[in-house]
Ligand binder design. Structure first.
Ligand code: AMP
Ligand code: ZN
Length: 131
């Protein structure tokens, strides 16, 4: 059974901050930083890539609204907004969710590190990937 579906059905408790017919937002049980929150559509889909557009738009609208609310209430200085898609990208709960991670400074407990790997031919990549 999906743990987020259990939270949505109120079978297990969570620190719910917001709820409407289609979306729920609750505190992440592992607070990477103070106020770390998850925005979750109630209909079970595995990832953002599977989510229907109307629901996705609603989730992102709430990410903005709740993100601003957390920033103001917690006097945060920044926020990471992210969604992990599949295990290879770090997804551990296979029910689409957006993380809101309030940031207080660059050296707090949220470590997101981008490093360049092998050099890519950007022209070739652009030809391959252009929509
Ligand atoms: P991800 O690794 O992107 O799939 O994120 C899953 C998140 O769900 C992690 O940050 C977990 O701490 C969080 N999580 C797992 N179980 C619960 C739960 N019962 N209540 C709240 N958050 C949870
Ligand atoms: Zn689910």
């Amino acid at each position: 059974m999906c743990i987020f579906c259990s939270i949505i059905k109120k079978e297990i408790p969570a620190g719910i901050l917001y709820e409407d017919e289609d979306v729920i937002a609750f505190l992440d049980i592992s607070q990477v930083t103070k106020g770390h929150t998850l925005i979750v559509p109630k209909k079970h889909v595995e990832t953002m890539l599977d989510c229907e557009e109307e629901t996705l738009a609603h989730v992102m609208m709430l990410a903005k609204k709740i993100g601003n609310h957390l920033m103001n209430k917690l006097s945060a200085n920044g926020m990471n907004v992210l969604s992990n898609v599949y295990q290879a990208a770090g997804q551990s709960v296979p029910h689409f969710h957006v993380h809101l991670i309030p940031r207080y400074d660059e050296n707090d407990a949220c470590i997101i590190h981008f490093e360049e790997s092998e050099k890519q031919d950007l022209d070739a990549l652009q030809s391959l990937l252009k929509l």
